[in-house]
Design a protein. Sequence first.
Length: 376
Amino acid sequence: MKAYLDNAATTGVSKEVFEAMKPYFMDLYGNPSSLHYKGIEAKKVINTCHKKVAELLGCHHTEVHFTSCGTESINWAIKGIAYNNKTKSEIITTKIEHHATLHTIEFLEKRGYIVHYLDVNEHGFIDLNQLRSLVNDNTLIVSVIMANNEIGTIQNMKEISDICEEASTYLHVDAVQVATHVPLSLDNLNADLVSFSGHKFHAPKGIGMLYIRKGTHIENLLHGGQQEHNLRSGTENVAFIVGFTKALELGMKSMLMNILRQNELISYIVSELDMKKIDYRINGPKIGENRLPGNLSISFKDLEGSDITYYLNKANIFVSTGSACDSTSIEPSHVLQAINVPQDYINASLRITVGDDTTFEEVEYATKTLIEILTE
Ligand code: PLP
């Protein structure tokens, strides 16, 4: 028996997505920029994908730009705004961003930008009053992770976008964990830039998307053949663009059913731990509305996360720890530190994330094994 419970890290390509992509490797391989039939055929497919993605996410097709991953989308959004708007020099972000955002902003900080890192409360919600007090005429961009990849917190985006709109500052949203997991309409989100990544919802690794709202003044990062509405050069990866679009379509179709099912699965884990009187705390908001479905970030008292994952891994149960390793040390993650997980719990933090293809048997096996490890 095995259990893959690390769906926030990545998901496998689904069979239907793979089938949809297949013709574009060996048969329909034309370069969309070529002016002959084979190129035009490929170009038409890309145009259809722009339109389909726009329809699914609630925006205009000219606002959809395919990229190579979530990290590229985030880099482009933040640096692209910085390079094209030289008069403003302050950036606001949060203490619980993904490293794709934090390291991009650190890059700009080293080049003279003033950066403010918003605090979050114990559940990971950003301090809106602090945001209100920090935005000013010199604020270039606010960058916020809509749904946190570690603790699942879904921010109050309406309040955040209202504050940004009032202050006339650009808003970038990292929605990498959102697509197909949480209802989303880009027209309602009221953000200027929104980043996505396909491998979080059964498209392959290596395909992302950046939504750029009409009228947003952003510089290109990649210069060349002027693909993607003249903004992102590089011959398009037609197969992966098709995969992204198909996976998004399928994921959106089954989203509401999956939300319920995934929350049931993680509630089962919690109820089993309760029955066995295990000492744990859940990091992030209550399971339900403001938390990513299927996300269980959990810490155990006076234990070591690496010991627990060692035994889970041996039993073919795959989860993430709440720590970041470098060559010399294992540190609790910046997100768990930002929400002040107590010291006697923080070192034994796990992130269990179920997906739409996770079975009850997998969760039952993982829970039983976890309890055995914790009670030995
Ligand atoms: N942002 C968030 C919230 C993520 O979870 C991830 C991936 O883990 C990324 C950005 C980076 O996306 P990618 O792996 O496609 O570069």
